[in-house]
Design a protein around this ligand. Structure first.
Ligand SMILES: Nc1ncnc2c1ncn2[C@@H]1O[C@H](COP(=O)(O)OP(=O)(O)OP(=O)(O)O)[C@@H](O)[C@H]1O
Ligand SMILES: [Mg+2]
Length: 385
């Protein structure tokens, strides 16, 4: 097992310049594969640019299916085995990987510090950051990115994004990559990876800011982008598995059957659909929709909290639209339900909209789940261009 010192050395080059996509030359112009290890599935993606045209060099998606009773080490080994098999199957011959973390493993804070140079902040980062980080400062790897300068109460200040990532989680991720012979070049944050996609697909935000909801299995990464810059990042633990659990409870189904019912039915939103389900006595469709609605209400509550916080920060602020990503973006009628609830247009992300010809074996249904990995695959080209 690699020691923490080794990890530290590896990550010494990675501060928020890297986390925010503004990294300088790190390891050389080698090919990098994006590797997104979620709690439900692993996604890999390698992109290449031929002339001006983007192509997918390799892609892969594999569910993890870890047994609930498996120990963390067994789960890690299973992820390594799956990832290894996926890389071989897809013929991905690369040595370097970009990956991302989110959820409990990482904290993102927007902080106004007195004006310092980058070097000064780097030198004093642990002390400056400590009051803002709810973890023991020795247990985290810190990074920062300076967003810009401002004057507040006559004082020169700078607005800074602080990122604190738990060392044990980074270590565990590095062990997974090591286990398949990949060297990590970038450890990103899920929401920041979506920022790279936002830029690549040319998703402007003239009509107000864009709210991204990356709804996975365990966690929903919520972020608000204004002028291409992420201004709010929050992870909420209401996601696909929360829907499944609510369905299992309501219909007395085991997790596998609840998962299947969720995918088959999703939400019933218009009166016609509801009436038909009632007339047909479709207990599954009605039960699933009701259970999912209950969870969705909680998620919308969290969303309102973040949006209200964001809007309270400045008079010019507005949310122009919502973009859904993650496997749960496929939940039937979710976009429609959210649009009705929040009164803004809601779309489902195609993170590869900038690739003119997708591989024929890549199912369009899978695209929203590739949001984070697409951002990771783009990193190399952005960083080393
Ligand atoms: N058609 C569908 N309808 C509803 N939910 C779906 C559908 N297809 C996939 N999902 C859900 O998407 C979730 C998996 O999404 P994803 O692959 O983005 O998760 P993950 O990245 O592994 O999880 P996390 O990032 O939260 O650890 C699962 O909960 C799965 O049930
Ligand atoms: Mg995920």
């Amino acid at each position: 097992m690699a020691g923490l010192e080794a990890i530290k050395a590896k990550f010494a080059a990675i501060d928020l310049k890297a986390l925010q996509g503004k990294a300088s030359f790190l390891f050389g112009p080698t090919d990098v594969i994006g590797v997104d290890v979620g709690s439900f599935s692993i996604k890999i993606l390698q992109l290449k640019k031929e002339g001006l045209v983007w192509k997918v060099a390799a892609w892969g998606y594999a569910p993890i299916d870890a047994k609930a009773e498996a120990s963390p080490d067994e789960k890690k080994q299973q992820v390594i085995n799956r990832l290894k098999a996926l890389l071989i199957e897809k013929g991905a011959q690369v040595k370097h990987a970009a990956t991302a973390i989110s959820g409990n493993a990482v904290i993102v804070r927007y902080v106004k510090f007195p004006k310092l140079t980058k070097g000064e902040l780097r030198a004093t980062l642990a002390t400056e950051a400590e009051p803002f980080i709810p973890f023991d400062i020795n247990d985290v790897q810190l990074g920062f990115h300076i967003l810009g300068d401002l004057v507040e109460e006559g004082q020169k200040k700078m607005e800074t994004v602080l990122v604190a990532a738990k060392k044990d989680v980074i270590l565990s991720r590095v062990e997974i990559l090591d286990g398949v012979g990949l060297k990590p070049t970038v450890i990103d944050v899920d929401s920041f990876a979506l920022e790279s996609v936002h830029e690549a697909i040319g998703a402007g935000d003239k009509m107000g800011s864009t709210l991204y909801l990356n709804i996975g299995h365990t966690v929903t990464n919520l972020s608000i982008l204004e002028g291409g810059v992420t201004r709010v990042v929050r992870d909420v633990f209401i996601a696909g598995n929360t829907f499944t659990k609510a369905i299992a409870k309501a219909l007395q189904y085991d997790p596998a059957k609840a998962e299947e019912a969720k995918k088959a039915h999703g939400l019933l939103i218009d009166a016609e659909e509801k009436e038909k389900a009632l007339a047909d006595g479709n207990r599954d469709a009605l039960g699933v929709s009701q259970a999912v609605s209950g969870v969705l209400k909680d998620l919308v509550g969290e969303l309102h909290r973040s949006v209200d916080f964001y809007l309270s920060q400045g008079p010019e602020r507005s949310i122009g639209r919502i973009v859904l990503a993650g496997g749960s973006a496929r939940l039937k009628n979710l976009a429609k339900a959210l649009a009705g609830e929040l009164k803004v247009p809601v779309t489902v992300m195609n993170p590869l909209a900038f690739v003119p010809a997708l591989p024929p074996d890549l199912p369009p249904d899978l695209l929203p789940a590739l949001g984070v990995v697409a951002g990771l695959a783009l990193r190399r080209n952005r960083d080393w261009a």
